[in-house]
Write a protein that binds this ligand. Structure first.
Ligand SMILES: *[C@@H]1O[C@H](CO)[C@@H](O)[C@H](O)[C@H]1NC(C)=O
Ligand SMILES: *[C@@H]1O[C@H](CO)[C@@H](O)[C@H](O)[C@H]1NC(C)=O
Length: 308
């Protein structure tokens, strides 16, 4: 079987297994699984078929340099090892709750950290990032989710408000072993199944970000999982962070969407959403993209053409 066929089989197996008492639980598991599943999201979650959806592809036609985009400032990100983060398998990703003393400055509001989670592909196709650059997928993607704590008391209140959330996205690609990511990854075996949790000793979350914080893409989009609220101010860092092939494989093979006693375990793979339409809108960049070059090139061509 190829991956798609296998996934279809897993889905039909799941539908078959849906019994009335747990039908809702079953359906919510079903809709979360894989790129096939996302086509059905708008039926139950109308925002998923609406406007300002994420992720998107960053390509030169939609990019615009904005000199006002300063590097973000991260306050309280260096969390003491005596504090603990709770890491959990929520059935569609692995999520780590963050400390409410962590927040970001240099956005229109102050945004307090809530949680981080990952998106990835599978062992046969390591193209699991959500955002793409000029059509190119990266191996995986980390999201650090924050809510607007100047206006809203908590993330539940903020998550459906237009200015409610700010998410940092870090693209992951293969390179040398990454000891900082390992501080999370080494706990995966304890959250293999849905609803399992484990405590992770605090560390400096700044280590998960790329060295260069000054270059990023900025746009207004949505949550990439249901209910897809268009409430996210996205900051996608231009420079990917490297993790080793072995670490990526650990991510791609560590977890299941299903509970530990489920007789039909469902592997947690391909938990990324496909890129969404991005009509007549712009993504702002804190850096000069190829655009300047392009203008120069076009001008030169015009001059050449004029000569003839
Ligand atoms: C990856 O490929 C192997 C061998 O072709 C296959 O057995 C396995 O099911 C595939 N894994 C996934 C997650 O698709
Ligand atoms: C983070 O905090 C620890 C002590 O808790 C300190 O040793 C370390 O230097 C700090 N790191 C940074 C980058 O500030």
């Amino acid at each position: 079987f190829n991956v798609k066929e296998k996934h279809k089989m897993q889905v039909s197996l799941l539908v078959f297994k849906c019994k009335w008492p747990q039908f809702d639980k079953c359906v919510s598991l079903l809709i979360y699984t894989g790129p096939e599943g996302e086509k059905a999201w708008p039926k139950k979650y109308p925002f998923c078929g609406g406007v300002f959806q994420s992720p998107i592809d960053f390509h030169k036609d939609i990019l615009q340099y904005d000199s006002n985009l300063l590097p973000l400032e991260f306050i309280g990100y260096n969390v003491s090892s005596t504090d603990q983060f709770t890491l959990t398998n929520n059935g569609h990703s692995v999520k780590m709750y963050l400390s409410p003393t962590m927040y970001i400055r240099n956005l229109p509001f102050e945004y307090t950290a809530s949680q981080l989670h990952l998106h990835w592909g599978n062992r046969n196709k390591s193209e699991g990032s959500e955002h793409t650059i000029s059509g190119k997928h990266f191996a995986a993607e980390l999201h650090i989710v924050h809510y607007n704590s100047e206006k809203y008391p908590d993330i539940m209140t903020a998550m459906d408000k237009a200015d409610g959330l700010a998410v940092l996205a870090i693209l992951l690609e293969i390179g040398p072993f990454n000891p900082s990511y390992e501080k999370i990854f080494r706990h995966f075996r304890n959250v293999k199944y849905k609803d399992q949790t484990v405590q992770v000793p605090g560390f400096n979350i700044r280590e998960l970000l790329p060295d260069r914080l000054d270059e990023y893409y900025r746009y207004e989009g949505s949550l990439t999982t249901p209910p897809c609220y268009p409430s996210v101010l996205w900051t996608v860092f231009r420079h990917p962070v490297k993790i080793s092939q072995k670490q990526l494989l650990a991510l791609e093979t560590a977890m299941y969407c299903t509970e530990s006693d489920d007789p039909e375990p469902l592997e947690m793979v391909n938990n990324f959403r496909n890129v969404q339409e991005f009509h007549e809108r712009l993504v702002f960049t804190s850096f000069h993209e190829g655009k300047l070059y392009e203008h120069f090139y076009v001008k030169k061509q015009c001059i050449i053409n004029l000569k003839y």
